[in-house]
Design a protein around this ligand. Structure first.
Ligand code: GA4
Length: 335
């Protein structure tokens, strides 16, 4: 039998298989096993800079294992946890965020996840009894980094970039300046609830992430909010089986502002502890951060000055959490 081609029918079937992105409370949900995922990813990055991923292939058991180990760590006496700090910038931290006076109702561990650092150096913060914690972190970071590389590559494909691995090579680079953070937001005592209600106390104040991509997994406790373009804050319903991913400042620059680095924050005052773990995929320190040539239309100019990730990071660490860190690097900012 000869099967004749009917282009008009082909188009119809294409339209039918290209499902629209689904949303949950305004947050785009991307199914990584969907053949159209790359298109949906690009749309979510352009519209919001934030989305949730399902069917990501990361073992739920590994996520739960790391969460349990983290809870065990945070349950240690303060004096023990303190041995793992201060976070300058890596180690254990409590209440203080960054070097410039920001505070939050939070304690955390911040780790450099650079592959070139010998593990005894990158994970020195763990005490000798913490081998289970250490191995859970190490396994988790490897797997989540791999998933993140797939996601950024799908973004590149969705953007129509022909060169392979433009984004993922930066995360995979031996010198990649990536980090990993585990946050614990303890329940808020009743006597402090007044401060929370008056917006005087927050878990993690509003900010954008400086890196390329941030990949967050939390337990089922709420608190995370993202800011829409019009400045409205939207609560992100927690989902311990999924990842929440946001575009960072560096990816906004590499797409010449097409992808948006989303402002987000975490509220304090939940009845139970919120535990989140975030992989921040960053480029090597000497990498030049600039719009990809192939994304610039004819005569389109870069919106940003020339800079390296080292320069951006140094500048970020001089800023306060809520500052607009990219503004200093915008060409329009010169005028
Ligand atoms: C936000 C994203 C990551 O958590 C982080 C944060 C870092 C820190 O906590 O030390 C920063 C913050 C983050 C942005 C601006 C600077 C640096 C605190 C701060 C005031 C680890 C990162 O890379 O940038």
């Amino acid at each position: 039998m000869v099967v004749q081609s009917h282009p008009e029918l082909d188009n119809i079937s294409l339209i039918n298989t290209c499902k629209p992105t689904s949303f949950f409370n305004g947050v785009p949900v991307i199914d990584l096993s969907d053949p159209e995922a790359k298109t949906h990813l690009v749309k979510a990055c352009e519209d919001l800079g934030f989305f949730k991923v399902i069917n990501h292939g990361v073992s739920l058991h590994l996520m739960a294992r790391l969460e349990n180990e983290a809870i065990k760590f945070f349950n240690l006496p303060h004096s023990e946890k303190g041995k793992a700090g201060p976070p300058d910038p890596f180690g254990y931290g409590s209440k203080r965020i960054g070097p410039n006076g920001d505070v939050g109702w939070i304690e955390y561990i911040l780790l450099n996840s650079n592959r070139q650092l010998p593990s005894h150096k990158s994970l020195t913060i763990f005490n000798r009894n913490a081998d289970d914690f250490r191995s859970a972190v190490e396994e988790y970071v490897v797997v989540v980094k791999e998933m993140s590389c797939n996601v950024v590559e799908m973004m590149a494909q969705g953007l129509g970039i022909e060169t392979k691995n433009v984004f993922s090579k930066l995360l995979r680079d031996e010198q990649s300046d990536s980090c990993f953070r585990i946050n614990h937001y303890p329940p808020c005592p009743d006597e402090l609830k007044g401060l929370v209600n008056k917006n005087l106390m927050i878990g993690f104040g509003e900010h954008t992430d400086p890196q390329i991509i941030s990949v967050l997994r939390s337990n089922n406790i709420s608190g995370l909010q993202i800011s829409l373009r019009d400045g409205t804050w939207v609560s992100v319903p927690p989902d311990h089986t999924s990842f929440f991913i946001n575009v960072g400042d560096a990816l906004q620059v590499m797409t010449n502002g097409r992808f948006k680095s989303v402002k987000h924050r975490v509220l304090a005052g939940t009845r139970e502890s919120r535990v989140s773990m975030i992989y921040f995929g960053g480029p090597p320190l000497e990498e030049r951060i600039a719009p990809l040539q192939s994304l610039l239309a004819q005569h389109e100019q870069s919106l940003y000055k020339d800079f390296t990730w080292r320069e951006y990071k140094n500048s970020a660490y001089k800023s306060k959490l809520a500052d607009n860190r990219l503004r200093l690097f915008e060409k329009a900012g010169e005028r």
